[in-house]
Design a protein around this ligand. Sequence first.
Ligand SMILES: Cc1ncc(COP(=O)(O)O)c(C=O)c1O
Length: 404
Amino acid sequence: MQIPLSNPDLTDLEREAVLDVLKTPNLSLGPKIPEFENKIAAFAGTKFAVAMSGGTAVLHTIIKALDIGEGDYALTTPFSFIATSNCLLFEKAKPLFVDIDEDTYNITPQAVEKAYWALPQKKREKVKAVIYVDVFGVPADGPGFERTASAPYEGPGKGAADSTAKGTGGQISDRLHIIDDSAEALGSSINQRRCGSFGAAGVFAFYPNKQITTGEGGVLVTNEKSIARTARSLRNQGRDEGAGWLQHARLGYNYRMSDINAALGIAQLERIEEIIKKRRKVKEMYDGYFSKIFDKGLLIPQKTPTASFVVPFVYVLRLADRFGRVDRDRLLDYLRSEGIQCSNYFTPIHLQPPYEELGWKRGDMPITEKISERTVALPFYNNLKEEQIEYVFQKTAAFFKQKF
Ligand SMILES: Cc1ncc(COP(=O)(O)O)c(C=O)c1O
């Protein structure tokens, strides 16, 4: 049996939606863009949405719109896709990595506050943002991060994240923007609020392995008019709204999404509830099989926080601590030899060359490094069949039986 890692789920109606655009003269800067944006904003629960060429473009635009630049820092996670941090390097700002929570694989407001207050004052003053990720579709503590940025500071160890008081603006809030990189979490929510809607701005991404796809694409969501306005200009070569084709108010980019992509996104979003059900069902089936090995302590599942709803992005197993990287790589090789596409997810960002050049090294983020060495992403997509899931389980179980 051959099983791919991911496989987009497209209907004939969705293909027709793309063809319909191709029959019009509006392949770009046409009506499908605002239509898609309005639908995504309504879905996420934000006032504004700005469609772009990809999630990386969205992240870069947010950094620019928040005026984060040379000499500035952002606290962020090393356990993510590299774009989460690269957007800072694009602007000569730097990430300050905070290690993740062992159970959810997300950074927490408590750890971020601790890292923030441990910085020397001069450096702390240069911290402009927290970029957190809802990793694999599991929501991070968005409400807690919002409190971090808005509640008055009460002293080290008495972090705002632990307080339920509504903030009135304190030492942190003057400077700290919260950015919700929910590129992997369309449809997930925490405390009844959708991922992406927290903080200054959020990110969705639509590469074909995501919850919905536009081929390539991303959307910035925000409640801040000024961020939306700046983002619209930055994505369109620095043109202000209504300005002429050759009037560029600021340094901009071509980060536009085409109407062809947007039409696919609109059609996919039409059946988001069905997509959510399918993805949750696939995860449930996997959990059903793998719980037998979880029980034996061979594998550890990623935990989800209370009051959260998860629309999974991928299905990632983690080998128990007594195994190591060599065992994990042997499992990857074995599954591949049995026709099962799989991958390690993620390689820690701080250990990639552009970040090692900044001085980050192995040992700096022990939890991230431990988990990264033990993860295996299995085939995961809407139309994965039970017999395929059973096959993946049986091969994984056989590996453990043979080798250990
Ligand atoms: C957490 C996260 N952020 C950002 C991105 C970048 O999105 P894109 O590939 O659309 O540029 C991804 C893509 O996989 C991602 O997973």
